[in-house]
Design a binder for this molecule. Structure first.
Ligand code: FAD
Length: 329
């Protein structure tokens, strides 16, 4: 009498193995991180993209063409502009519940890091952050301790919310598809949070995140005046973006947006020049994947020389202006 009928057991186990289906939440502003879709495709099952805000409809037309997209959902209300997590998270949670998705993906950018944890809390599941590979539908690879350890994590949550390190996955083909575009379920949550204003740093220089060459300065520059006088002319001579160590940022030599490292930007340019930077692991976490690393430091034992392809033991106040002059000529 204690045994269940066999048919019930079968039904029970098949209901546990739900059909795989992913919801990918993409930001609408360029550049769209389409490589998140490549990560989602590794899980298998159809991929639905959710876009929110007044640019959602225009962005949907482009996303619908991307290889592997099954459907695009749009919530076009301007309420979703500026990606406030207080508004976007309920939208994501509502669509996940309605759509029986097993996986939700977003980029591990400011957007995903801001929005997805709150959606995970609403769905009462744990987020899996910053993945660099998908091993199976429930197992993912992610760097921890500033990239010094690679962890493989397995999730038992019924819905897996995942942020993706976009540089770890290739972009899918962005033409040839024509996925249907539909309206998302819009919970129109009455939030107490409203967007007031934003201040963006405008620069004529190449963007630090995507530049082919980066010249970074550290505490060795001594002060802001020297940072500006030594680093910028070299960057201009090479058509490079400017970066900085955290010590340089904290000392007021450079703007916060220029910080490279664990708590700054992760860059992987063709050429990275570290000037007066010691090479702390938190700095290396942001630049060690650069193709060619050049270090200029007066201390021959500085750890930066351990990962540098080209090292120059010299006083930067002599060496860098000389180098800049030679490049210009
Ligand atoms: P220093 O370590 O002081 O090095 C200055 C270097 O300049 C020295 O090697 C010195 O030999 C050289 N120098 C001095 N004068 C000259 C000269 N005249 N000519 C040539 N060389 C000279 N750091 C980051 O950069 N990015 C991060 O994102 C980051 N995140 C962090 C997160 C956490 C949780 C923590 C705890 C730390 C983080 N840090 C980060 C800080 C990091 O640990 C280091 O303190 C920082 O990177 C040091 O910056 P620096 O190399 O410019 O300064």
């Amino acid at each position: 009498a204690l045994r269940r009928p066999a048919s019930k057991l079968v039904r029970f186990s098949s209901s546990l193995r739900r059909t795989l289906s992913s919801l990918v939440v993409l930001e609408t502003g360029p550049p769209a991180p389409y490589s998140v879709l490549t990560a989602a495709s590794k899980v298998g099952g159809p991929i639905t993209v959710l876009l929110a805000g007044s640019k959602a409809s225009a962005a949907a037309v482009e996303v619908a063409k991307v290889d592997g997209v099954s459907k695009v959902l749009t919530a076009s209300s301007a309420e979703y502009d500026h990606s406030l997590p207080e508004k976007l998270a309920p939208l994501i949670a509502e669509n996940v519940k309605g759509g029986s998705y097993t996986h939700v993906f977003a980029s591990a950018s400011a957007f995903g890091k801001n929005v997805l944890p709150r959606a995970a809390a609403l769905l009462d599941v744990q987020q899996i952050s910053d993945i660099t590979a998908v091993e199976s539908e429930d197992t993912f690879v992610r760097p921890i301790y500033a990239g010094n350890v690679i962890a493989t994590v397995k999730s038992k949550d019924p819905i897996k919310l995942i942020t993706v390190r976009t540089s770890a996955f290739p972009n899918p083909a962005t033409s040839g598809n024509s996925a249907p575009i539909e309206d998302a379920v819009d919970p129109a949550v009455n939030s107490q949070t409203a967007f007031v204003s934003e201040e963006l740093t405008k620069t004529e220089r190449p963007d630090l995140g995507s530049a082919k060459r980066v010249i970074s300065g550290g505490r060795g520059l001594k002060d802001k005046e020297s940072f500006d006088k030594i680093i910028y002319p070299l960057a201009d001579a090479l058509g490079a973006a400017v970066g900085a160590s955290r010590a340089a940022v904290d000392s007021g030599f450079a703007d916060n947006s220029l910080q490279v490292g664990q708590t700054g930007k992760v860059v992987a340019p063709d050429l990275y020049v570290a000037v007066g930077i010691s090479g702390a692991i938190q700095h290396l976490a942001g630049m060690k994947d650069s193709k060619t690393i050049v270090a200029i430091n007066k201390d021959a034992d500085a750890p930066i020389f351990e990962i540098a392809d080209v090292g120059l033991v010299a006083d930067l106040f002599d060496a860098v202006p000389e180098l800049t002059g030679k490049i210009k000529n």
